[in-house]
Design a protein around this ligand. Structure first.
Ligand code: SF4
Length: 351
């Protein structure tokens, strides 16, 4: 796996983003932000699910005013998402830990200067959040909604901020398909060292969003690109966090919890492997320590996989083998296998 791209470290509240900081997970509420109770409830759900920071939409002044109270009642860093109206950014900047806006859609330079001054005063970062669906007119006309257009917009907006002597920046380049998203991030990465917020936007319902995000974010993470990320799902808030955690784990960027290796089954199988794997997955889901476990339907690949796994099972006809670090430690009837296996996994992580 490639080394992570060396980026500048910035802080969103107490969460470091970039540099050697762990890749953080963020999400966004869907409540009306001016409804303080509903917004706090959603933020707390995201916190409980494992989000490291949260973004809220600020479409009007009532929402901007609500941020003060929301901030008091949560402990996750809070990001305000602003479009078009600089006054919303000015009000929000007093209460939040980061502002997401695009200088290009705020308009007049004097207004942007005011936002930048406010962010400087509070020492909070700005996310330049380019979205293929809302490029500035000039880039849309010149390039269309392409990765080139997205990169041109990001470079323009970054320069805008740098010219105001503001470099407390992170950048995102989101499109609703994997191809443009990945291409844009790869194109922009060598051109600066600002931390990148990864995401495939408007990715759809859980099935499609998971696949798009796993391909897109996974490819970038394997390239060493990405400092914080959001998986965008039309669905439950918690699913975004669950999928993001799985992508970080399966791309090898986070070593945490149980990695299950299980065979897809075939005509050689003589046990109910689907049920066994589901039961093991449930019973080991609380484990945080990294461990590789292998659950195989017969001896064909089981011994080979067991050599790479910490704890392994090979099912056979009405019985099976349990192995720890490749060594067979027990041969048991099928009905006893899962219990013993889970015990061995728990023993392994407790050492
Ligand atoms: Fe088939 Fe055995 Fe391979 Fe599972 S481990 S897919 S049962 S050959």
């Amino acid at each position: 796996m490639k080394e992570r791209y060396p980026t500048k470290k910035i802080f969103v509240g107490d969460v470091a983003v970039g540099g050697d900081a762990p890749i953080s997970i963020q999400s966004m509420t869907f409540s009306d932000t001016s409804d303080i109770e509903a917004t706090v409830e959603q933020i707390n759900r995201l916190h409980f699910a494992g989000a490291n920071m949260v973004r809220v939409a600020v479409p009007n002044m009532q929402s901007a005013y609500a941020l003060k109270e929301i901030k008091k009642r949560i402990s996750l860093p809070l990001i305000a998402d602003i479009h078009f109206n600089y006054k919303l950014a000015l009000e929000a900047s007093s209460w939040v830990d980061c502002i997401r806006f695009n200088p290009g859609n705020i308009g007049e330079k004097g207004r942007i200067k005011e936002i930048v001054r406010a962010c400087k005063e509070r020492d909070i970062p700005i996310r330049v959040g380019v979205n293929a669906g809302s490029l500035e007119k000039e880039f849309d006309i010149k390039y269309g909604a392409t990765s080139k257009g997205m990169v041109a917009s990001a470079e323009y907006n970054i320069k805008f901020l740098e010219d105001l002597d503001f470099t407390n920046i992170k950048v995102s380049l989101k499109a609703s398909d994997v191809d443009r998203t990945v291409e844009a991030y790869r194109m922009l990465r060598p051109k600066n060292n600002y931390p990148f917020h990864l995401g495939v936007t408007e990715a759809g319902t859980i099935f499609h969003a998971t696949i798009k995000s796993a391909i897109g974010l996974g490819a970038l993470l394997l390239d060493g690109i990405g400092d914080t990320m959001r998986v965008s799902i039309t669905g439950e808030l918690e699913e975004e966090i669950r999928v993001a955690k799985a992508i970080l784990k399966d791309s090898g960027r986070v070593k945490e919890g149980v990695n299950i290796i299980s065979c897809p089954t075939c005509g050689r199988i003589e046990a109910d492997l689907v049920k066994a794997v589901a039961e093991v997955e449930k019973r080991v889901s609380h484990i945080k320590k990294p461990i590789d476990i292998s659950i195989m339907g017969c001896a064909v690949n089981a011994i080979g996989e067991a050599k790479h796994a910490d704890v392994a099972i090979a099912f056979g006809k009405e019985s099976g083998l349990i192995m720890v670090k490749g060594e067979i430690i027990a041969k048991l009837p099928e009905r006893e296998l899962v219990d013993r296996f889970v015990r061995e996994v728990e023993n392994f992580v407790s050492i």
